[in-house]
Design a protein around this ligand. Structure first.
Ligand SMILES: [Zn+2]
Length: 368
């Protein structure tokens, strides 16, 4: 949905330097606002959360770096503070207070990502994820910490880049709700469920685009044409991204698409989110990649293979006893087009309102 911004290498470099000196998101600023944050999140848990100081520092530095980037990229960016909250649910939320935005990252997010990377890479046959309340509210089972990275620093360090990509994806989705004015629009106007789904898709799309900017694009090889060479490393990064995105979405019921169920949902059906994310990746690649053959190969071979592998892994590391889902069959729905048209027409209407709140460019209206 979003136009791909690619001329950002300089900003990124500046952001890298700024992260050392930027006062806007330093720990000092965060401390000043901590009483506000405590109050905002009091119903969910105490501020604090992560108990391993080195791991907390690594992830905090990384998120500071990302935030600095957006401060440079969007000059009108409001103050954004983020806090870890002692709560084992897999949840991240944004609240507004006095024109500042507060992101609460539940410690469950951190632990579940760790646990997932750990179990995916484990050779033990029977290593299931330490999660409870499956399906409704995913929550980390604190009782079972035996396999967490805190007992295995080497494995943690080996997987830091992957850990950061996953974290960044979730964080950027929330930032989009701030940057593109979704939160302010919701504050001022009652939106239908279908419109809320449209905003969620915009946030997914924003997150996919910045995944590219941060992880693939800086590897542009042919500077003159600024086309990407889909190197082995690019492909690996993309596959990892899809693999983990699939598993996270799979936690939330992956069913065949039924349009008559969609009007009641706050979030788009999982299958649609996944389909949009894949379409989004392919459209960026189509725009950026010179080698059409490689692109075609990626779409018709790598993607189905990686989805299949993710599905098999998912069944291996959870107690979910359903049979293997055939993703391609799930996609095969005529109702999908009907839904897509609805989302597109929602976007065209919402876009006119979002221009009043968004601090970034918005994706153009759709013709259909
Ligand atoms: Zn969202």
């Amino acid at each position: 949905m979003e136009e791909y911004h690619y001329n950002l290498k300089l900003a990124s470099r500046i952001a890298n330097q700024l992260s050392i000196i930027s006062p806007r998101n330093s720990n000092y600023e965060n401390l000043k606002k901590i009483d506000v944050a405590k109050n905002i999140f009091k119903n969910y848990g105490n501020i604090g959360g992560l108990d391993h100081p080195i791991q907390k520092m690594i992830i905090t530095n990384f998120l500071d770096l990302r935030l600095s980037y957006y401060y440079v990229r969007f000059s009108k960016m409001p103050n954004v503070y983020y806090y870890f909250i002692e709560n084992n649910s897999f949840k991240i939320m944004v609240k507004k207070y006095d024109n500042d935005y507060f992101i609460g990252i539940f410690s469950g997010v951190f632990y579940i990502i760790q646990d997932l990377i750990f179990k995916v890479n484990s050779n033990t046959v029977d290593s299931k994820l330490s999660i409870t309340n499956f399906r409704n509210n995913i929550s980390f089972d604190q009782k079972d910490e035996s396999n967490l990275f805190k007992n295995n620093n080497a494995l943690f360090h080996e997987n830091i880049p992957l850990f950061q990509v996953i974290f960044q994806t979730i964080f950027t989705h929330e930032l989009c709700h701030i940057i593109r004015g979704h939160l302010d629009l919701k504050e001022n106007e009652k939106l239908s469920r279908s419109e809320l789904q449209t905003l969620e898709m915009d946030a997914d799309s924003f997150s996919v685009n910045y995944f590219f900017i941060f992880n693939i694009e800086h590897q542009i090889i042919n500077k003159e044409t600024s086309f990407l060479k889909l190197s082995k490393k690019n492909i690996e990064t993309l596959e990892n991204y899809l693999f983990y995105t699939y598993i996270f979405l799979r936690f939330q019921n992956l069913n065949k698409f039924e349009i008559n169920k969609t009007p009641n949902l706050r979030h788009p059906p999982t299958i649609i989110r996944l389909k949009f994310i894949i379409d989004n990746i392919l459209s960026i690649l189509e725009l950026k990649v010179l080698e059409k053959e490689k692109l075609l190969h990626f779409a018709s071979n790598n993607i189905p293979q990686i989805i299949k592998k993710a599905e098999e892994t998912y069944l291996k590391i959870t107690y979910d006893s359903e049979k293997l889902i055939n993703f391609i069959e799930l996609f095969d729905s005529k109702e999908f087009d009907e839904y897509k048209i609805k989302i597109f027409s929602n976007w065209n209407k919402l876009r006119d309102k979002l221009v009043n709140y968004s601090i970034s460019d918005l994706p153009e209206k759709n013709n259909f």
